[in-house]
Design a protein around this ligand. Structure first.
Ligand code: ATP
Ligand code: MG
Length: 97
């Protein structure tokens, strides 16, 4: 799929692992095998307990974090780098005074 019929955002089998904060030699899987598609104009909320991976999914969708495996597509195009079709308000403020 591509062009206007493609989802605005599609995650396919996205997995994100990090170096564990407890032991840097261990890997921690924050998000595993996540697949979703969001149409243009669709309003979606991601709900879950703290630490379940919501911000990780948003970071992947914005192109700020490359998934360890899986793919991200934006209007049918594989995302490589920043998602220029996305606006993103961060969870924590990051202004430098
Ligand atoms: N860069 C990182 N290095 C190591 N662990 C990380 C990193 N980023 C996120 N994590 C871990 O991945 C898990 C998911 O984090 P994430 O920030 O996506 O959760 P969240 O659902 O947004 O939580 P909250 O509701 O508190 O905002 C957490 O256990 C977090 O500690
Ligand atoms: Mg968060």
């Amino acid at each position: 799929m591509n062009g206007s019929s493609a989802p605005a955002l599609a995650l396919h089998d996205v997995t994100c692992t990090f170096a564990s904060r407890d032991n840097r030699r261990d890997r921690y899987t924050a998000v595993r095998d996540t697949t979703l598609a969001i149409a243009s104009g669709e309003f979606v909320s991601v709900v879950g307990p703290t630490g379940c991976g919501k911000s990780t999914l948003l970071n992947v969708s914005a192109g700020l974090l490359a998934p360890s495996s899986g793919t991200v597509s934006v209007f049918g195009e594989k995302l490589a780098g920043i998602n220029k079709r996305a606006g993103y308000m961060f969870q924590a403020d990051g202004l430098m005074a």
